[in-house]
Write a protein that binds this ligand. Sequence first.
Ligand code: ADP
Ligand code: MG
Length: 150
Amino acid sequence: MDAAIVLTDAAATAALGARLAQALDTGDIVLVDGELGTGKTTLVRAVVAGLGGDVQAVASPTFTLLNIYPARIAVYHVDAWRLTGVGELRGLGFSELAEGGIGIVEWAERVAAAFDPPTCWRVHLRHSGDGGRRATVTPPLGTTGLPRPW
Ligand SMILES: Nc1ncnc2c1ncn2[C@@H]1O[C@H](COP(=O)(O)OP(=O)(O)O)[C@@H](O)[C@H]1O
Ligand SMILES: [Mg+2]
């Protein structure tokens, strides 16, 4: 796993999402894990923004289990916290939809069995005790990883 990335504030989380967006391509899956409030949705919003989508639309899926954001590459977003499990994820057709765009899963560890994690982007977020967050980003096996920070 790559070294931890220091995210001192929400803007830093958003900058990480923008970098990630640059690296993503059709068919990619992003598994995002981290406790409540660690910035998962903030990251998703920044990925959608980086892909030219409408960020206003991005929130943890509350009334719908699956959110779809039109963008240069469509983004399919689920928050597994709201799902009963892998069966419900499959029922949404998430994996099939994501083949035609980018799939992003919050609380992915709850539905890990639905994925082959080494082929996915994996982002772990955590509270860092100083009010900020730390991230580790693991690219899919055999890919080059995140572009350099700017
Ligand atoms: N690196 C960071 N440092 C401090 N606050 C952050 C950071 N990243 C995000 N936040 C803030 O944390 C709060 C929770 O973010 P959110 O994305 O909703 O988390 P989650 O989806 O993991 O529950 C928001 O107020 C957000 O602005
Ligand atoms: Mg969230």
